[in-house]
Design a protein around this ligand. Structure first.
Ligand SMILES: Cc1nc(C(=O)O)sc1CCOP(=O)(O)O
Ligand SMILES: C=C1C=NC(C(F)(F)F)=NC1=N
Ligand SMILES: [Mg+2]
Length: 540
């Protein structure tokens, strides 16, 4: 009996584990509850079971799967798969080599491979269409289920690297599931973020072990997972992610009016140098600042109407406190603006920033050219300090880097400098499974450039870049429901740059520039007459 390969639905792939069964449940009761509620593929994975018992289990599970017309895959044990004529096998990198597995099973059985590196994708692509049918990409997040894992969590960006490799090696036949630490609190974000840069390939499914096998109500848990897979929007904030080509002065005026009315709270988790100035910028923008890095109050703060979080990783707060804040604001669907200060200047900062980028969804990621080029993995040389690199970077490269960051993190990416770039990778916050999903690739998502001529003083004061983050947080946080997120970010950058220009004309040096900048922000915000602002925006 052969299950036709093109009929396999990889969307909800249950991998069993008999070592975590709650009281009163059995391997079979958990699998059946899963099959009843939307599991579409089952893998029997028993690491330390004697062959005789393994075969008994396999025959029983096979009967269950057949009743639901769901294929059964056997993990690792080719002999057991052959003995019961299973629909396929899944092997890891240290198990029997794939060509040998294929030789034993024949061309019609399903062969799955654990993949964690792009080099493994290159290998499977060389083997061609009749070797590997699907890959398990993992582990995405930390998990207790896999003992002595020889690899570290790769996060959604690691999954995207693998999807990109499948596209560049043209392994179009190969299907994909993500695995490792996947649960309802992170699956929508994984489905939303994990798309190849050419826009053509999303995941074909997700694979779980403990979310179902360790569940007291495996049926209910499966129903939740099924719902997330069949839904297609990741509504992580109550804003509108539509995107219109050119933003008018009226759009900007509307945005500021909303902020003036809603008086947002901007929580800062930021570096010491930025705190004071950031608080004053917040006040100048008709908003309330709170500088708090206390985990125990993040839930209360995130619950304040129109709250927004500015997370600037120059902050010395412990990473657990920062993660708590990301969790709280994501759970309450309030915006987070992320400023990965000195992104790859040191290993410490790289690790901290990548940990946070893996951990939550950001409405906006803002950095200077060095940080954005590093995030886009386009940085030529090593980044220096936390100032933007001095070497002249060409605009086309900056636009490309900003688009890549926006697309990869499904966020609004801002790259600051003499020319500011803002790219919208939010894709109207929708996602879908499978191949050929492409609407837009990373190269053709919307992007604008904002300029107002050089403002050298901006580089000569501290916290000028950091405080643009404050302005973005205030304007995004201050939107009414269904306000347009991209308009708020563009408005903040236009406002900030125009205020910088005005301040540089009125001040007598870097000392008074700070003061004049606050004055200018207060004045431009209060009068709210964007048609008089000097900074200009153009589509790139
Ligand atoms: C079976 C397995 N393989 C992984 C890999 O990274 O290849 S992670 C994993 C365990 C996933 O369990 P849970 O859904 O409970 O996190
Ligand atoms: C180690 C594994 C990695 N991935 C998968 C699956 F998700 F099913 F592809 N199964 C495994 N046993
Ligand atoms: Mg910065």
């Amino acid at each position: 009996m052969v299950f036709p390969k093109d009929k396999v639905d990889y969307s909800l792939y249950l991998v069993t584990d008999s070592t975590m069964l709650p009281e009163g449940t059995t391997l079979y009761s958990q699998v059946e509850a899963g099959l009843k509620n939307g599991v579409t593929l089952v893998q029997l994975r028993e690491k330390d079971t004697d062959t005789k018992i393994f075969i008994e289990e396999a025959i029983a599970v096979q009967k269950l799967c057949k009743a639901y017309d769901v294929p059964l895959i056997i993990n690792d044990r080719i002999d057991v798969a052959l003995a019961i004529d299973a629909d396929g096998v899944h092997v890891g990198q240290s198990d029997m080599p794939i060509p040998m597995v294929r030789q034993l099973l024949g061309p019609d059985k399903i062969v799955g491979w654990s993949v964690g590196k792009t080099s493994e994708v290159e290998t499977l692509a060389q083997w061609g269409t009749d070797m590997v049918d699907y890959i398990g990409i993992g582990m995405v997040f930390p998990t207790e289920t896999k003992k002595n894992p020889r690899k570290s969590p790769m996060g959604p960006t690691g999954v995207i690297d693998i999807l990109n490799a499948l596209e560049t090696t043209q392994a179009t036949w190969c299907r994909t599931v993500a695995i490792g630490g996947l649960h309802p609190n992170n699956i929508p974000r994984v489905l939303y973020q994990c798309v190849s840069h050419n826009g053509k390939r999303a995941l074909d499914g997700i694979s779980v072990v403990s979310d179902i096998m360790a569940s007291d109500d495996a049926g209910a848990s499966t129903k939740i997972l099924r719902g997330l897979l069949d839904y297609s929007k990741f509504e992580y904030i109550p804003l509108d992610f539509s995107h219109q080509e050119n933003i008018t002065s009226k759009d900007i005026k509307d945005t500021l009016s909303q902020v003036q009315k809603n008086h947002p709270l901007v929580q800062h988790m930021t570096n010491k140098v930025h705190q004071n100035f950031g608080a004053n910028v917040t006040l100048a923008l008709g908003s309330s600042p709170i500088m708090s890095e206390v985990p125990s109050e993040v839930d209360e703060l995130a619950s304040v109407p129109n709250a927004a979080l500015l997370l600037n990783t120059g902050s010395v707060a412990p990473v657990e406190a920062l993660k708590e804040a990301v969790r709280a604001y994501n759970e309450r669907k309030r915006p987070i603006i992320f400023d990965p200060v000195g992104y790859s200047a040191t290993q410490t900062r790289l690790t901290l920033n990548n940990t946070l980028l893996q951990y939550g969804q950001y409405t906006c990621i803002k950095g200077n050219s060095g940080e954005i080029l590093s995030l886009a993995k386009l940085n030529q040389g090593k980044m220096r300090g936390v100032d933007a690199g001095d070497d002249k970077v060409d605009k086309a490269l900056l636009a490309r880097a900003t688009r890549l960051v926006a697309f990869t993190y499904k966020t609004i990416a801002v790259c600051t400098g003499e020319y500011d770039f803002i790219a919208d990778g939010t894709m109207s916050s929708s996602y879908r499974l499978g191949h050929g999903v492409g609407e837009l690739s990373a190269n053709d998502i919307p992007c604008v450039m904002i300029e107002d001529g050089p403002i050298p003083l901006m580089e000569k004061i501290t916290a000028s870049g950091c405080s643009l983050g404050t302005a973005i947080a205030a304007l995004v946080g201050g939107l009414s429901p269904n306000g347009i997120a991209f308009n708020a970010v563009v408005s903040a950058v236009l406002l900030y740059k125009s205020a910088g220009k005005l301040a540089s004309l009125n001040c007598r040096g870097s000392g008074s520039f700070h003061v004049h900048l606050i004055d200018a922000l207060d004045q431009l915000f209060t009068t709210n007459d964007p048609s008089s602002w000097t900074a200009k925006v153009e589509i790139v």
